[in-house]
Design a protein around this ligand. Structure first.
Ligand code: XIL
Length: 334
């Protein structure tokens, strides 16, 4: 009897995966249906993709992913409604190329969120409403994006309100990365506490989980989960992968020459790290309501292109031939 992720975790939380329309065919679709019970569109619902012009939406890709989920009984997490990246060209400027006013930008945000959330009402159970609005630099709370420059912090509150109006039953997430690093964790906490205290309709926090075989530590992860849970929020790991490169090296690397071989030693380290992370997730099953991997297998992972184009990475539980890696067995056997 072959063990699968979704069966192993059926008493814990759904296990999800990020997909593109082309993932939903052939071998990859088979593996997805065998192992996962939730999907997230990797790019198809980002504003630049789904809303390329002010008066035109491009629903095809997003619709096809939602239809696949419906046909196969998978849950869908929507990703995302408001982010500083993948924004369409028209969003921040008027016809003369001048930055728009706060009123205009909030109106555009409202139109966008209302259209997208309403279309998938009842089919998407959770939305990443605001993505990565907290700064990486400890001297600032908010990222200095155009959203922030034009609207101040209000765009965050408004995004949650608009989403809640469009689908009062959807779970609404604030989603961010490096949330286990104490300084960033505390800034994200500060933002969330403000929102919760002001009764903004935010239900949950998404820890992206773009980790490496070197971090976070067990203590960092537990501290972050406990701190966010203390606000009464649910927690999901929304974009899990485990780079074989340390974060700092990832960020600073300038060329594809900087390639580490995926040695059995690194693979072993990755297996242990995955085992440890999932045993922590199980410990917190009362607050963790989902774990989603950012891609299916090492065959195609966004980390092959980020931050350095063409530098191969091996961050997932299945190998380049869709076969389970030792890390997979360490996650399903407990
Ligand atoms: C990434 C996708 O995986 C890539 O295909 C795309 O080119 C860039 O975006 N944080 C997020 C995700 O919230 O949306 C990002 O996804 C990865 C980092």
């Amino acid at each position: 009897q072959q063990k699968t992720l979704k069966d192993a975790y059926k008493d814990y939380f759904p296990i999800g995966v990020a997909v593109m329309p082309q993932s939903l065919k052939g071998d990859e679709a088979k593996l997805i249906l065998q192992q996962f019970n939730s999907i997230t569109p990797e790019n198809s619902m980002k504003m630049g993709a789904i809303h390329p012009e002010e008066n035109r939406y491009n629903w095809n890709d997003a619709d096809s992913i939602v239809a696949f989920a419906q046909a196969n009984g998978l849950r869908v997490r929507g990703h995302n409604l408001c982010w500083h990246e993948h924004t369409p060209k028209w969003l921040f400027t008027d016809a003369n190329g001048k930055l728009v006013s706060k009123e205009v930008l909030l109106k555009r945000l409202k139109d966008h969120i209302t259209a997208v959330v309403s279309r998938y009402k009842g089919k998407i159970y959770a939305w990443d409403v605001v993505n990565e609005a907290v700064d990486d630099d400890s001297s600032r709370l908010y990222r200095n994006s155009l959203w922030y420059q034009i609207c101040g912090e209000d765009f965050i509150v408004k995004a949650f309100e608009y989403a809640h109006e469009a689908d009062p039953n959807a779970q609404l997430f604030y989603n961010d990365y490096n949330t286990e690093r104490p300084e960033k964790r505390d800034r994200v906490y500060k933002l969330l506490k403000k929102l919760v205290d002001a009764h903004v309709p935010v239900n949950a926090v998404g820890l992206q989980g773009h980790w490496s075989i070197y971090e976070p530590t067990e203590k960092e992860l537990r501290d972050a989960i406990e701190k966010f849970a203390s606000l009464g929020l649910q927690i999901q790991i929304t974009e899990l992968d485990m780079s074989i490169y340390p974060w700092e090296k990832n960020v600073r690397a300038k060329t594809a020459n900087d390639i580490d071989k995926y040695t059995s030693e690194l693979e072993q380290k990755q297996t242990e790290q995955y085992k440890k992370m999932f045993s922590i997730f199980r410990d917190y099953k009362n607050v963790i309501t989902g774990v989603t991997f950012w891609n299916t297998s090492d065959r195609t992972t966004w980390l092959d292109h980020y931050p350095v184009p063409g530098r191969k990475n091996y961050p997932l539980l299945f190998d380049v031939n869709w076969q389970p890696k030792p890390a997979f067995w360490s996650v399903v056997n407990f």
